[in-house]
Design a protein around this ligand. Structure first.
Ligand SMILES: Cc1cc2nc3c(=O)[nH]c(=O)nc-3n(C[C@H](O)[C@H](O)[C@H](O)COP(=O)(O)O)c2cc1C
Length: 353
């Protein structure tokens, strides 16, 4: 189990991961991604180690997941080794079928950082070391860390990376900004390439990758990449031309410049699948609020369905959603094989004034 990554690299070569996404990356979303691209490794939304230890809800509702999401990675955060270790022991229970645990040393939110969590561990290097080491000793699952270049510029990424490797971290995901920069400034790849030169463990890049092909251009010596935002409106972003040999459902004609552009028919099918699995995994009232934000994203590149998008953001039930999708299918039946991602469907082509 501890050699998990080495086995994955042997099996797939360069690999991609779905980033952890609080409020978005739930079981249904992960099932969508895995249905499209089974090679992707998914990370859960973050959960506090403390909450995990004390909450029945998390143990009953969040840790259990479908087989389709495997190999699933559980991400947790907290501030001291004791609680992390307790949480790790729960996560590793066989019934939860988790493959590894990721430690969040990434989030820059001031309120939580001030209390010693998240990216604050970039300053508290000894605590960061103790957390990873204690978890590695306490569980058979491999431990990875999602982090940033540093807390502020005066810290040394290579020193920190070597430090975590020494504590037996098995993989690092690095975002090319400091915690102080949060989401501002342009992300910097160079320190991450340099970090990889010094480490023996896989290093994953995370920031602003649009799709697999975009990644291939930037990869250099790095091992894997992790995507969040691009997958939100384009869950097909993880596949590229080479996958046609692996996935018999892929239509080779849908690749332009190695980037997969789903047809309108595929998009509508996936919207329906997403709505269905979400309703299966969450209760209806919560489902309404959650599915709306996803459904409108799927149609982002298809402006001529504005009126349907308006209805989708207020959809009340799965039945209602299915009906709206059927209406789109019906109205655009002559365009189901076109690829909205390429803006092939124009106002003119539809005869809309
Ligand atoms: C709404 C939202 C929720 C996020 N949730 C998490 C999270 O739970 N854990 C985490 O480590 N990062 C989280 N992130 C950061 C993403 O995982 C990722 O690092 C970031 O979006 C950069 O990748 P991208 O350029 O592919 O979007 C979140 C980001 C956003 C915008």
């Amino acid at each position: 189990m501890k050699n998990f990554w080495q086995e994955q690299i042997k099996k797939y070569g360069k690999l991609c991961m779905l980033a952890p996404m609080d409020g978005y990356g739930d079981s249904a979303y992960r099932q969508v991604i895995k249905k499209i691209a089974p090679h992707v490794l998914c990370v859960s939304e973050f959960y506090s180690a403390d909450w995990l230890v004390h909450s029945k809800f998390l143990k009953d509702e969040v840790l259990p997941h479908t087989k389709q999401e495997n190999p699933l990675i559980m991400q947790i955060f907290w501030k001291n080794p004791e609680m992390f270790t307790k949480a790790a022991k729960i996560i590793e229970q066989e019934k939860y079928d988790m493959y590894w645990i990721d430690v969040n040393m990434w989030c820059p939110a001031k309120k939580v950082v001030r209390s010693g969590h998240w990216s604050c561990l970039l300053i508290n290097e000894q605590t960061a070391f103790d957390i990873v080491k204690a978890m590695d000793e306490a569980t058979k699952l491999p431990i990875s860390v999602k982090t940033r270049l540093s807390f502020d510029w005066w810290q040394d990424l290579i020193k920190f990376g070597l430090w975590l490797q020494k504590a037996w971290a098995k993989l690092l995901t690095v975002h090319g900004r400091t915690a102080k920069q949060a989401y501002t400034w342009i992300a910097n790849w160079e320190p991450i390439y340099k970090l990889k030169e010094e480490l023996n463990i896989p290093v994953v890049w995370n920031w602003d990758i649009q799709n697999y092909t975009d990644w291939i251009k930037k990869v250099k010596n790095l091992d894997w990449f992790m995507i969040w935002r691009a997958s939100f409106w384009n869950p097909w972003c993880f596949i590229w031309e080479k996958h046609t040999k692996e996935y018999d459902w892929l239509d080779e004609n849908n690749f332009i410049d190695w980037v997969y552009h789903p047809t309108l028919a595929e998009i509508l099918e996936m919207m329906e699948f997403h709505a269905k699995v979400l309703v299966e995994t969450k209760w209806e009232k919560k489902w309404n609020l959650e599915i709306r934000k996803h459904l409108v994203q799927y149609l982002k590149n298809f402006p001529w369905v504005k009126v349907y998008r308006k209805r989708l953001v207020t959809t009340e039930s799965f039945e209602n959603t299915k009906n709206i999708i059927s209406e789109i299918r019906q109205e655009f039946k002559d365009f189901l094989n076109k690829r909205p991602g390429l803006w092939e469907i124009t106002k003119e082509s539809l005869g809309i004034e």
